[in-house]
Write a protein that binds this ligand. Sequence first.
Ligand code: MSP
Length: 652
Amino acid sequence: MERFYITTPIYYVNAKPHLGHAYTTTVADSVNRFHKLMGEETYFLTGTDEHGDKIVQAAEANGQSPQEYVDTISSLFRNMWPEMNISNNDFIRTTEPRHVEVVQSILQKVYDAGDIYFGEYGGHYCFGCERFYTEKELVDGKCPDHLTTPEYIAEKNYFFKMSKYQGWLKDHILKNPDFIRPERYKNEVLSLLESGELEDLCISRPKSRLTWGIEMPFDKDYVTYVWFDALINYVSALGYPDGDKFKKFWPKANHLVAKDILKPHAVFWPTMLKAAGIDPYQSLNVHGYWLVKDTKMSKSIGNVVEPLAMKDTYGLDAFRYFLLRDMSFGQDSSFSEEALVGRLNAELANDLGNLFNRTLSMTHKYFGGEIPRPDVEDIEDAEIKKIGQDAMQAFQENYADFKFSRGLEGLWELVRGLNKYIDATAPWTLFKEENTGRLQTVIYVLLENMRKIAVHLWPVMPSSSEKMLEQLGIQFDPEKVNLPKELDVWGLLESGAVVAKTSNLFPRVDLPEPKAEAKDADNAAQKGKSKKNGKQSGKNGEEVGTIEFEDFQKLDLRVGTVKEVEKHPDADRLLLVRVDTGDAELRQVVAGIADHYSSDDLIGKQVVVVANLKPRKLRKQLSQGMILAVKSGDQLQLLTPSAEVAPGSKVS
Ligand code: MSP
């Protein structure tokens, strides 16, 4: 059986988890689930990085001891992941004895091999990065990341002979094209390795300056540099050197990080592994940064996006879908709720949601909810099957390559293709014409393809995928899925099984109301505009007014079922229509529809009623509302829901 090991960075515990952490961990979760469905044995690790100056400073600022402080923040991370349906197998903390032991044993091994030496060093130390910078690396004398002037520190320390492995690392990267991906980051590392001599790495801190770290096994006066300690989590969690998990999963190690920590992962870590006699990891996968309005997220700007707030507002799966679909892996992306709502409405509510709602409702209307047995297949069916195969293949290949957005784009070819297939095959006409054989095939083709889509979406939206499958009468079991086989296998959906009446997994959403200050500013700007321009006019000079969302919300639109119809005693064109709108008594509406509808047409029909229109008398008859209709030429059509709903259901 193939194996797959995925890791996230272990996060610093100096701040609460935010969008950036949630993104990386969600990607890792998604990849992990994907490989599971590909039939592999997987292992997924995340955790927290708890040593170093930064943590000590944050603890002090919080009035806590380092241990108390790291316990608190680490559990914020640990407890957040289940809330985001993250399925990690382990959560490692660098303060755990199982990790400390392995760090010390690796240090001793590398020291014994002669790759660690003691030396004097003076350098520009950035406390934010917890590392020394060379003159060359500084930009105008400042740390390129924090834009602060580093402190010059001269002290005796232990050094790892990283420079010794420069040639080996370059060769390894060139021989293994997937070692660092995407390509741009591989090129960045190669040009760094080609630009000059790789320096040795200072891997200790004197205890006189810092005690919150792992003691050097060969010198009690020093603790380990936080990066040398932290990177080792990827093997300590597997029980290096003898653990079963280490033997099983290390050869398939895939690290996932953002571009901020490329160098430690692409240069420090492989050379450390080489020096310790451990095989290099399989692949380092590097993504870009989430920005907010093109700016870095930061507490001081106040633009930090809270993942749990997004989940609460839009639903976890919609949020996960957005993260995976919107960011092109490797590049930076700008986060905005507008973009999230846009994708949710267009791709989830419209494309996917409608496909499910329409097809389930037709299965009920035409076959009492039972999955029909397909009859002979037509050219249209072969075409949509081919679209499906291509879409699933695109999804699988791109997902295996960490190209999530492209994978989803590929799968949506099938989602959209199926919506078009419905329009082209027009099942309602087949039903009217009693073309039952064809109708059976069309509905079966739709449902079987929907099953395939739902299975492929499990890595992206696990709980919605399970619900979609349940709606198709299937109990989901990841062990029983074989994604590669889905390309060719057909007909797993059992005829005769009963599907759900509706789906409704992805309702349309509105953008939340802007905050009061922002709204005031908008209003002021709007007023200014209309004063300047007078009233805006449309094409033909008519006024085009817009209303506020609150104005729309004032409308009480409801679906009602027509129960009684009578002619108006004094007007030929009017009918007295009595409708059940979920109230205790029937509601009478005087409607000018007598030329278009008879009493027989109307009784039992569902209509949309404006229920809070002020009652008034029309030719002495009380009218309690209005029935909505569309006029097209001479025709008048009453608005009606696409499937029957309970009388009184709100239209929104
Ligand atoms: N502790 C180190 C990692 C050690 S791994 C052996 C560290 N921690 S961190 O808390 O700063 O996490 C950095 C990681 O968080 C990034 O590499 C990325 O995975 C995630 N992100 C933090 N902010 C981010 C964005 N704005 N956008 C995307 N991901 C980012 O570095």
